[in-house]
Design a protein around this ligand. Structure first.
Ligand code: FES
Length: 360
């Protein structure tokens, strides 16, 4: 059946060339398009003073996500296309076919401010496929430990909601969550309701400001909240300082394999201080720009007035991949050099080393 419909679509495309018939369907209903996946905003909900959940109805071609995965959202602002990735906060297989993403408005963050303050019901946003490896195994882990902070709760909320939807009764789960104050806890009411109604779910909130004492992660705190942490698989999401502390702690215990982390930003290696400045030529656009040897090439291109395709801006989605034409670039996460013409360059996490030319 699918191949008959694809064949019919190809036939229609012959009459609508150079556009595709999907472009005309888009004028009737943007969710019917096939050349680009879109979602309609069908609900907005303010979770906290600076966090908003958007309920999205994906169009044709959407496939369900696994709890913990993220999506790329296209955000048109003043004629410029921006893209960002957000964890899906809803359970898969919602009966209404919708998903939710929960966005924290970052101070000075143009895209997050736009999504969390100005996007409204009825808007359409380009949407990517669900991606990411921060997921639970197919067989249910016996007793996970979740460690989250701030908006790092969002992928874990999808996991908790997915558990409830699938099994109704949660397994033995310990959950340490960090927020500045009680009112800043995203999904706070839902988490407290889970704790009250689910006998095996234990929530340990920590307030990092105004609670007296230092409530940031420590070994002692972990022992008190979750004495059997060595026997648990851990899923952790939050700011780099927390995840770095967790990685160090689990490494010291020789248990790094049990720790799964999801970062908001790529973890970068130290960049050599001198000798890397140069000139970057974006060959397709015929635009040249100066490079200081440490600024990522996506930023260099944007500062030069280009608008390259991108997604996560942290090296995981491959939405910014391009080819090296000549010269040398450095992967800022590992320090590895890429200098073979034709090699793939993720411009969001690579910087030029001296002069470089890219197929952008
Ligand atoms: S934008 Fe996602 S890998 Fe570069």
């Amino acid at each position: 059946m699918a191949s008959i419909s694809a064949g019919f679509g190809n036939l229609l495309d012959m009459f609508t060339y150079p556009l595709r018939h999907s472009h005309y369907l888009e004028l009737v209903n943007p969710l019917w398009t096939q050349h680009v996946l879109k979602a309609r905003v069908v609900g907005v909900w303010d979770d906290t003073a600076d966090t908003r959940t958007l309920t999205l109805r994906p169009g044709r071609g959407w496939r369900s996500h696994r709890p913990g995965q993220f999506v790329r959202l296209g955000v048109p602002i003043d004629g410029m296309r921006h893209t960002r990735t957000y964890s899906i906060s809803s359970a898969p297989a919602r009966t209404d076919g919708c998903i939710t993403v929960t966005i924290k408005a970052i101070k000075g963050g143009r895209v997050s401010q736009h999504l969390a303050r100005r996007v409204k019901v009825g808007d359409y946003l380009p949407l990517g496929e669900p991606q990411g490896e921060f997921v639970l195994p197919d067989s249910m882990p016996v007793h996970p430990l979740f460690i989250t902070a701030g908006s790092g709760i969002t992928p874990v909320m999808s996991m908790l909601r997915g558990y409830v939807m699938e099994y109704e009764v949660l397994p033995d789960i310990a959950h340490m969550h960090y927020a500045p104050h009680a009112l800043d806890v995203i999904f706070g009411a839902e988490l407290r309701k889970l704790e009250a109604g689910q006998p095996h779910y234990r929530l340990h909130p920590f307030y990092t400001r105004g609670g007296g004492g230092d409530a940031h992660f420590s070994a002692k705190q972990l022992e008190l909240a979750c004495p059997d942490w060595r026997e648990r698989e851990v899923w952790a999401c939050g700011p780099a300082s927390l995840l770095d502390a967790l990685e160090a702690h689990w490494a010291r215990a020789g248990l790094s394999r049990q720790l799964h982390v999801e970062r908001f930003r790529a973890k970068l290696a130290a960049t050599p201080a001198a000798g890397a400045k140069g000139r970057v030529l974006f060959a397709v656009s015929q635009v040249a720009a100066a490079s200081d040897g440490s600024t990522n090439l996506l930023r260099v291109a944007e500062d030069a007035g280009l608008n390259p395709a991108h997604g996560c801006r942290m090296g995981i989605c491959h939405g910014c991949d391009t080819k090296l034409v000549s010269g040398c670039v450095r992967d800022l996460r590992t320090g590895a050099l890429i200098n073979e013409p034709g090699d793939t360059v993720q411009v969001c996490v690579c910087a030029a080393v001296g002069d470089a030319e890219l197929a952008l």
